[in-house]
Design a protein around this ligand. Structure first.
Ligand SMILES: Nc1nc2c(ncn2[C@@H]2O[C@H](COP(=O)(O)OP(=O)(O)OP(=O)(O)O)[C@@H](O)[C@H]2O)c(=O)[nH]1
Ligand SMILES: [Mg+2]
Length: 431
């Protein structure tokens, strides 16, 4: 008898020409999407052009689905539309069938934080689904493909609308970055493989005061300084995945990104180029790597990640690797992962986002990579000078403030745009 179906239970189907059939990665991807993997059916042998797995294995797979009550089968391959149709027909009624790409889309669906990214994911999914809908359509349905209300017509129509909408939508990230630069904030992007711990790390790095808390809690009076109000204005345009953090004593905006996944087809990656290009605009990139992976997996993912970042235009010098989940490793293994990472990117720091360790070191190493300028500002000691000193304390690292008679001199280091503005203000009163 069939058990009740569980929304999030999946059975994996994997094949490869040569044994053994490797299933760790597809299982990890399914887990990253939040599915419980209840069973795995593998086949070593040639691919069946009609049903992906051979007949006997299809029966085994169907039995595993029925037995576990799974609602979904994930096939570790790129199924053609006709294989998708053929294999699905072998499964218990109502079983969903994902191939590797569809699973990746599901992961991206969950990771898409902005409206634009959500539209991009939907567009990629519909482009993926259209040939499969056509494949499973009967003749009657296909004859109606130009009629409103037919599945094929509706999907095509939605694709057209999404394309038009995406074309017309301004890129909020672009506008945000422009304003961020004007305000003198540095942008730190958190990138890395899916499930490495990026979101957990962002949460840890973020300043305690979230936007909501800042507006719900005690409001500061009208004297609230210029920096805070500038930050508030910026936050209005921020996506939920960007948080304010303090790194190397400087206020930065840290942005979470969609996780990398191995072996993505080109068409899929290009659908998200904008979402992924977030890293290129950053002043520093924290590359989060799962140090609890076996050393060779860790090394390979790290290399792929660095290549992907380079493809997006990220300078390797701007990358800091966070070897994360070190709480799961004995000390000797930790050193081994750090050595692997240090060979490939300029800086590597051991972290545990879960336990909150290594974060101070990470902040300081990232801070050292942010563009920094030093200034010595001499000006007459007046109200405006005090306001300049206060802004310097707020937005830069002040190394010294010296009062000498009726003059004040500030030595500070910080983001070039902020330094430039302070210098202009000081010059204006120094006549
Ligand atoms: N043991 C341990 N687990 C961690 C650590 N950091 C994150 N995790 C866990 O790893 C899983 C994935 O963490 P996320 O922060 O969601 O990973 P992510 O990189 O944002 O994943 P995607 O958004 O799917 O790309 C969660 O179950 C976390 O609790 C860590 O330092 N140690
Ligand atoms: Mg995440």
């Amino acid at each position: 008898m069939q058990e009740t179906r569980t929304e999030s239970t999946a059975v994996i189907a994997a094949r490869s020409t040569d044994p053994p059939v490797e299933t760790t990665e597809i299982e990890d991807l399914a887990a990253a999407r939040g599915y419980d993997v209840a069973a795995t059916v593998t086949q070593a042998g040639p691919e069946d052009p009609g049903t992906y797995l051979g007949r006997g294995k299809c029966e085994k797979l169907a039995a595993a689905v029925a037995e576990t009550g799974a609602s979904l089968v994930v096939a570790d391959g790129d199924l053609t539309p006709s294989q998708h149709h053929g294999l699905r027909a072998e499964l218990p009624d109502g079983t969903e069938l994902f191939d590797r790409y569809r699973l990746v889309l599901a992961i991206f669906e969950r990771g898409a934080g902005t409206r634009r990214a959500r539209l991009q994911v939907e567009l990629a999914r519909l482009r993926y689904e259209l040939p499969r809908i056509v494949e499973s359509a009967d003749e009657g349905m296909l004859n109606k493909r130009t009629e409103k209300g037919s599945p094929v017509y509706d999907v095509r129509d939605r694709i057209d609308r999404l394309e038009a909408k995406l074309d017309s939508l301004p890129d909020p990230a672009e506008e945000f970055r422009r304003r961020r630069r004007e305000e003198g904030f540095d942008l730190v992007t958190i990138a890395g493989y899916t499930n490495a711990g990026k979101s957990t790390l962002l949460h840890r790095l973020a300043d305690d005061l979230s936007v909501d808390e800042a507006t719900d809690g005690e409001r500061e009076g009208p004297n609230k300084d210029a920096t805070a109000s500038a930050a508030d204005r910026l936050f209005e345009t921020l996506e939920t995945t960007t948080r304010r953090a303090t790194v190397g004593g400087r206020p930065v905006l840290a942005t979470d990104t969609v996780g990398f996944v191995s072996d993505l087809p080109h068409w899929l990656v290009s659908s998200f180029s904008e979402t992924l290009s977030e890293a290129a605009a950053a002043d520093a990139v924290v590359l989060v790597a799962d140090a609890s992976d076996p050393p060779e997996v860790f090394r390979e993912k790290l290399e792929i990640s660095l290549e992907l970042l380079a493809d997006q235009g990220v300078d390797r010098e701007d990358v800091v690797t966070a070897c994360n989940k070190t709480d799961l490793l004995p000390a000797g293994e930790r050193e081994r992962r750090l050595a692997i990472a240090a060979e490939r990117a300029p800086e590597a720091v051991a972290t545990s986002a879960r336990e909150g360790t290594g974060l101070d070191r990470l902040r300081s190493v990232v801070g050292d990579r942010l563009p920094t300028e030093e200034a010595r500002l001499g000006m007459p000691n007046c109200d405006e000078a005090m306001s300049i000193v206060s802004q310097a304390y707020d937005r830069t690292t002040v190394e010294n403030v010296a009062y000498d008679g009726d003059r004040v001199t500030v030595v500070c280091r910080g983001p070039p745009t902020v330094i430039e503005r302070l210098r202009a203000r000081a010059d204006a009163i120094d006549g």
